[in-house]
Each structure stands twice: as C-alpha cells, then as structure tokens.
Design a protein around this ligand. Structure first.
Ligand code: NAG
Ligand code: NAG
Length: 223
C-alpha cells in the first residue's frame, strides 16, 4: 500500500468525522449549551438569529429583546450555532469587566496589540490586572467625578444636534447618524478628560485634527 492508497482509504472516515462534527455543531450543540438557561431567541439552524439581527439598527435588537424577555441579560445565536450573550445590568457588567474579568478574554485585534503592546484596553488576565492596579489612582472617585460635567456637556452637544434634526423635520421623527455621533462624542470626551484638549469633534468633525484621528483609527481597524 502506498501513502496515496492509505490516504484514499482514510478519506471516507475523515469525511464522516467532518460531517458528524458539523452536524453536532449546527444541530446538537446549540441545544446543549448551558447558555440556553438565559432567556433569549429560539435557535434557527445555521443562520441563528442573524437575519433578524441584521434587519435592525445596531442597538434596536438589544433593546427589543431585553424588553420582550423583561431581562437585562439575553442570549441570541450568532452564525453556525454560536451562542452570544448581551448584558445591560450594572452588576453583570461589573462581574464581566471587573470581578471576574479573568474569565472573559477580549477578542482583541491582534494586529493592534502588536502595534501598541501593553495597551491596557487590549490586555487580558494578569497583565490587565497588574496594569489596572497601577493606573487606578488616576481614576479615583475624586478625579472621575470631575469628568462628569465634561461627559454631560459633550452629550448635550449631541442632543442639541439631534434636536435640530427634529426641528428641521417640523417636529416629527428624524433619522440621525447616532453611531457616528457617539464615536465623535467619545473622542471629544477622551481628549478633554485625558489630555485637557478640546478637539470639538462633535460640532466640528471636519477639523484636521479630528480627521487625522479618525484616519488613524480606521487604519487600525478599531472603529
Ligand atoms: C484622587 O486623585 C487625585 C489626583 O489624581 C488626588 O489629588 C486626590 O487626592 C485623590 N483622592 C483620593 C481620595 O485618593
Ligand atoms: C464624525 O467625525 C467624522 C470624522 O471627522 C465625520 O466624517 C463624521 O461626519 C462625524 N459624524 C457626525 C455625525 O458628525
């Protein structure tokens, strides 16, 4: 028997194993996941709940599902039977982000992590814990309380822009690019709180500084 023959006779077994594995993953595993105990959408084979999810605006599904299930934690199925969980309860967020963060790894962009090694938002486990302890004094309640007026002021700018859109529309519903506004709001708040620099990215998004920041973020694919 040559290697070729061995490979050929093994082929049906490999194919059968692959088919059973996919069958298990797509049609069995979703019904065995312990996450099924969390209220959420019923499983649709292969596509999960993604058709429904893609038909709505980014946050709409989260809000609708949480309202429907009267729960601040809901489960849905991503493609190929993969369970995903959405949380909106401060205690749960605390559990994931702080008390038990070691068990929740970040799906960080590896390319970004290699460009900025040690960037705290991309670290996991022990490294993250150690670095956070180091910078914690900068985020004590006294200093974070000073951020609140800045957050408020920046949020008001966005609300004003939304108000203007509604007024332009004669007081009726208006569509706003909420996600883009939120990105610009975040940039402005971070620049003011972190660097004491007013980049004014909400009201003046075409400013050169804002543009170059956005280009950099786009290049790093973390937008
Ligand atoms: C919090 O941090 C600020 C500066 O970072 C410092 O002046 C202040 O004393 C700290 N407050 C407490 C309660 O540690
Ligand atoms: C946010 O900033 C980007 C980049 O400057 C800009 O293209 C976009 O229009 C801004 N978004 C809004 C809603 O103003």
């Amino acid at each position: 028997m040559t290697h070729y023959d061995v490979a050929r006779s093994a082929l049906p077994y490999v194919a059968a194993a692959a088919v059973s594995w996919y069958f298990y993953k797509l049609f069995v595993a979703p019904f065995l996941s312990p996450l099924r105990k969390i209220p959420g959408r019923p499983y649709k084979p292969i596509v999960g709940n993604m058709l429904e999810a893609l038909n709505a605006e980014a946050m709409d599904n989260t809000i609708n599902w949480m309202t429907e299930y009267k729960s601040r934690i809901v489960r849905f199925y991503f493609l190929y039977g993969e369970c995903r969980v959405l949380v909106a309860d401060p205690e749960l967020v605390r559990h994931v982000m702080i008390t038990n963060s070691k068990n929740y790894l970040r799906p960080a962009s590896r390319s970004l992590a290699s460009i900025v090694p040690g960037f705290i938002l991309l670290l996991d486990g022990e490294e993250h814990h150690a670095l956070r302890k180091l910078i914690n004094p900068a985020f004590n309640s006294t200093s974070t309380n000073e951020f609140i007026p800045i957050f408020e002021e920046t949020a008001r700018k966005v609300l004003n822009l939304w108000q203007q859109e509604v007024e332009k529309n004669g007081g009726k519903d208006a569509q706003v690019p909420a996600q883009s506004h939120m990105a610009n709001l975040t940039l402005e708040a971070v620049c003011r709180c972190g660097f004491d620099y007013d980049i004014n990215s909400v009201e003046d998004p075409d400013h050169a500084g804002v543009q170059s920041f956005q280009r950099m973020l786009a290049g790093l694919q973390i937008k």
